[in-house]
Design a protein around this ligand. Sequence first.
Ligand code: MLT
Length: 229
Amino acid sequence: CLTPELISLHKLEGKIAVVTDVLRATSCMVAGLHAGIKSVIPVMTVQEALVYAEKGFVTAGERGGVKVEEFTIGNSPFEHMREEYHGKDICMTTTNGTVAITEARKSADQVVIGAMLNVSTVADYILKQGKDIAIICAGWKGNPSLEDTLFAGALIDRIIDKGEIIDDASFMALTQYRAANGNVDKVIQENASHAKRLSGLKAKSDLAYCATEDSCNVLPILKGDAISI
Ligand code: MLT
């Protein structure tokens, strides 16, 4: 599912939804939880997050790639890994990533958070569960994103021997990932529109980090309102 707008076509009932927003929402969640954050509550709006702030939560996220002024931190994985947030509960809202999670949770049996950083851990889990999955890419404001499509391909590449692709988008994602031939970072940096946007916002150092495969062996799962490992 290349954008959350297409979720209803994918009939998530009975399936595991693996939600991804490589640049950068789900990479922040994976990196932050791996580093020691206790949980992440994804919400749709800044106003909802500010209610959590009043209850003592750390707030995180962006609009258009830029930190929301009233929030504690923005949307760089390096901020989410800081020691001062270890053991803390975070409330997060982002332009596309938390939208995709909110949409997926409405009908999926389970929501798993995926990023390049934990793609093999997600693949191992999926193989053990033996259930149908839908990979939900956050995209950018209704458009597919190269980096999320590459994640979908990376995940499919790791599980396809034990399964079956049932739509063209999945085949396109797999082909794209295999064509990157171990240079996902370069392909993203040179071609992804959001990579160009983030470079302009002085977030270039996030790009290489978010494109790294398998540096965080954690499996964040949404339980109730919170994502934890
Ligand atoms: C999003 O949710 O659209 C992204 O995480 C934006 C960003 O890179 O900060």
